[in-house]
Each structure stands twice: as C-alpha cells, then as structure tokens.
Design a protein around this ligand. Structure first.
Ligand code: GAR
Length: 194
C-alpha cells in the first residue's frame, strides 16, 4: 500500500483539508499532509499550522509569474510531494504544475460533474444552480485535474437526494458532509491502487 506526501491547495475555510488531516492523524489513510498552499491569508491555514504543517501564501498579486511558479515547485520538491489535492481552491493551478503532476492532482467539486462545473462554478453558486435546475440529486465529485476546469477523469462521486424544501444553504451543508467522507475515500483508493 502506498503512502503519499500530500500538498493541499485552499482558498477558504479548509474544512475539506481538515478532514484529510484528521483522517491521516487517526490512521484512516496512510498518507500525510506535508504542505498547504493558499492564494491568500485564509482561516483554513490555522488548523494545519497548529498541526505543524508548513503553509505558504502564494499569489500572482505578490510575485512575478516566474517567481510564482518557482516558489510552488520549490515547496513541492522540498516535501517530495506526490499527491496534490485542490480542497476548495478557487484559482486555476498553473499549467506547468498540472503537467508536472499529471495524474497526481485531485479536485473536489460540490456537484455531480460533468453537470454544474466549469469556470466560475464554485461554492454556493453551484448549489443555487442545482436547486434552480430542479435536479433530483446532487453530491460531491472527486476527479483528476487536467488543464480544463472540472474536466478531468472522475474518481468518485456520492449522490444525495435533494429534499422538497431544500435551499442552497441546506444543500451546501449536506453536500459538504459527504465531501469530507469522499475525499478520504479517494485517497484510500489511490493508496490501494499503487
Ligand atoms: C467545498 O464545498 C468545495 O467543494 C468547493 O469549495 C468548498 C470549500 O470548502 N470547491 C469548489 O467549488 C471548486 N469548484 P472548505 O474550504 O470548507 O473545504
């Protein structure tokens, strides 16, 4: 069974990241989160910091494009990263990194792709669109990342039935609970497959 050195990219509260760190600490998965990169100072950086995990804020606003790539590849190399997780990361990963880590990058999306994905489809916007489309089901998708938003091969999905009086807020909460399960399951699946 394989154990990965994980780097997580985040843009928000980092509850998905927290679920992965907890799964690692409790031994549900063998892999370890070694590095967390955010595109700005976000609350999701607090938990990994309390666990002693290296964190970094890397933004195109702070660096030239060359520096921006170099800082990230430097950190990924330093920690021998062999699995990247986009855990609520709302920016596009630089194409250089997508190519270097092909087949080793996972994204979690809060809807059943290929529906309700693509540029600009994130967070509550997705849940609103799902409710407006009167879908019967929703649920998270974990997929491999390629150069196009939400386009790569699907690894896992979890379906939940949408309730009659469901709101975007209630759906977000219910899908998020499933996200926390599915992300750990996806990593376990990859560990078993290696
Ligand atoms: C999650 O619902 C995740 O699926 C979504 O952002 C949220 C992050 O929550 N990602 C996207 O919409 C990507 N298109 P978290 O910061 O609490 O993990």
């Amino acid at each position: 069974m394989k154990s990965f050195n994980i780097a997580a990219y985040i843009s928000g509260s980092g509850s998905n990241l927290k679920s992965v760190i907890e799964s690692s600490l409790s031994g549900k998965i063998a892999s370890k989160v070694k590095l967390v990169i955010a595109n700005k100072e976000v609350s999701g950086l607090d938990y990994p910091r309390t666990c002693g995990i290296e964190t970094a804020v890397v933004s195109r606003k702070l660096h030239s494009r060359e520096e921006f790539i170099k800082i990230q590849t430097g950190l990924l190399d330093k920690h021998n990263i062999d699995l990247i997780i986009l855990a609520g990361f709302l920016k596009k990963l630089p194409v250089e990194i997508v190519r270097e880590y092909e087949g080793k990058i996972l994204n979690i999306h809060p809807a059943l792709l290929p529906k309700f994905g693509g540029k600009g489809m994130h967070g509550m916007i997705v849940h609103k669109a799902v409710i407006e489309a009167k879908e019967e089901f929703s649920g998270p998708t974990v997929h491999f990342v390629d150069e196009i938003y939400d386009n790569g091969k699907i690894l896992l999905q979890k379906k939940i039935k949408i309730n009659e009086n469901e709101t975007p807020g209630s759906l977000q909460k219910r899908v998020l609970e499933k996200e926390h399960e599915i992300l750990t399951e996806a990593i376990k699946l990859l560990e078993g497959n290696e």
